[in-house]
Ligand binder design. Structure first.
Ligand SMILES: C[S@@+](CC[C@H](N)C(=O)[O-])C[C@H]1O[C@@H](n2cnc3c(N)ncnc32)[C@H](O)[C@@H]1O
Length: 411
């Protein structure tokens, strides 16, 4: 027997580190966070809605077959980018103020926009962070998508970079790369006594020497970070997902291992995955309940606290418990939705994206063991184990619609 628990609002995946994901409105969550941990975040990257007027979707993979092929058949709404300009700017104002309170004095904030709102948000950010703390307007250039004949094709985004104060900590040298061919045309080529090739140029009576094999930090025009192609294996089906390489560059130069990186509009969790891979702590916020599952999958082994709203709905659950000598095995025999989208055929555990065994205390689920589908492992194991006689044993099932259901196994 399992009893659906509707009051579980947090899931804690154990381990070292203090990572978290909050489902909710960015401005409200930031306000609460700022009350608890003002001045604690080194880096904020935000990729808010761009005021496109569009409604975006996510393509979801259903069952092992679609995980194997990489093609999702289910399209779900992900978010609406339809706020009128005044409401959009009011929302951004609250979010930017929350960010300011959370940043450390050495901290940095990257605000990713396009031509629609960058001018208005720049003025807002100047007011909030101070014009003197504006460091860069980074132009991220890409070449994907179609071409317009009515105007010049728009092939760049803008990323505004502000420092929290004069004592900011930015290490552009950490993302330096050898940039072959850039200087070759207009400089004199020479070879030094060790055989290294360098170029020279005279300017204002001084001779400057640049070695070909010397890494150079990027300028504020980024042409070397590719946008994802349609069939890019990185793509998770979440519209507006950004490439991991973009976030890795930002995180590498604007934070150090152990620092906290925050993304208040984290979507499919690109920033959080990059932060985790690079040994930073992460905080993600998104109002879309589906995002917790993306984050869970992309930060597989990381400890993380997920703060999400409990789910309505009553799926059909069948489990079987087999006690052993020290552990008990719990089999997930059936999980079917009573409100599956029309026309969707779901076999045995197709509706399940991931599931876990844990314990529930004070409305919090503490994960003991977990199973989820991934690109590398599309099949979902239907058995998990927990120490025998675990008090308050509970079960979490996350479905393909991005919802989480918690059950007490104590009944
Ligand atoms: C452009 S997408 C972010 C994509 C993300 N960078 C990625 O790589 O997947 C913007 C995200 O902001 C979220 N969002 C929109 N308004 C929000 C709000 N007021 N509070 C929190 N999240 C919000 C949307 O649900 C969406 O996931």
């Amino acid at each position: 027997m399992a009893l659906l628990l509707k009051s579980v609002t947090a899931e804690i995946r154990p381990g070292v580190g203090s990572n978290s994901f909050y489902e909710g409105d960015a401005a409200r969550v930031l306000e609460r966070l700022a009350e608890m941990q003002a001045g604690s975040v080194q880096l904020i990257y935000m990729d808010p809605p761009f005021a496109t007027g569009q409604r975006f979707t996510a393509r979801v993979r259903v069952g092992a077959g679609e995980w194997k092929s990489g093609q999702g058949s289910l399209t779900l709404p992900s978010y609406s980018d339809t706020l009128p300009p005044d409401e959009y700017l009011a929302m951004m104002r609250s979010v930017l103020w929350g960010c300011k309170r959370l940043l450390k004095p050495e901290g940095l904030i990257f605000i990713h926009l396009d031509q629609r709102m960058q001018a208005q948000v720049k003025l807002l950010a100047d007011e909030i962070f101070g014009e003197k703390n504006f460091l860069n307007e980074i132009v991220w250039v890409y070449d994907t998508g179609g071409r317009s004949k009515r105007f010049f094709s728009r092939k760049h985004d803008i990323i505004l970079l502000y420092a929290a104060s004069e004592s900011y900590d930015l290490h552009t040298e950490d993302v330096a790369a050898v940039r072959e061919g850039e200087r070759k045309s207009h400089m004199k080529k020479c070879v030094d006594e060790d055989g290294r090739v360098y170029r020279t140029i005279r300017s204002a009576g001084k001779v400057y020497r640049y070695y070909d094999d010397e890494p150079v930090p990027p300028s504020d025009v980024w042409t070397d970070v590719s946008q994802m192609q349609q069939k890019d294996p990185q793509r998770l089906g979440y519209d507006t997902q950004k490439p991991l390489a973009l976030l890795e560059r930002i995180i590498r130069c604007a934070s150090r291992p152990g620092d906290t990186v925050l993304d208040p509009f984290c979507g499919s969790g690109t920033t959080l995955e990059a932060a985790w891979r690079l040994g930073r702590s992460f905080i993600g916020i998104d109002q879309n309940p589906m995002c917790a599952e993306y984050v869970r999958r992309r930060t597989g082994g990381a400890s993380c606290a997920f703060y999400c709203t409990p789910c309505a709905g009553e799926p059909v659950l069948e489990i079987e418990r087999v006690p052993g000598i020290t552990d008990e095995l719990v089999y997930l025999n059936r999980f079917s939705l009573t409100d599956a989208p029309e026309g969707l055929t779901l076999n045995k555990l197709d509706a399940v994206d991931s599931w876990a065994l844990g314990t529930v205390t004070d409305g919090q689920f503490f994960t003991l063991s977990e199973e989820g589908r991934s690109f590398k492992k599309p099949e979902l194991s239907a058995v998990l184990c927990a120490p025998l006689d675990t008090p308050d044993l509970a079960l979490r099932v996350s479905d393909i619609l991005g919802r989480r259901f918690f059950y007490s196994l104590q009944v």
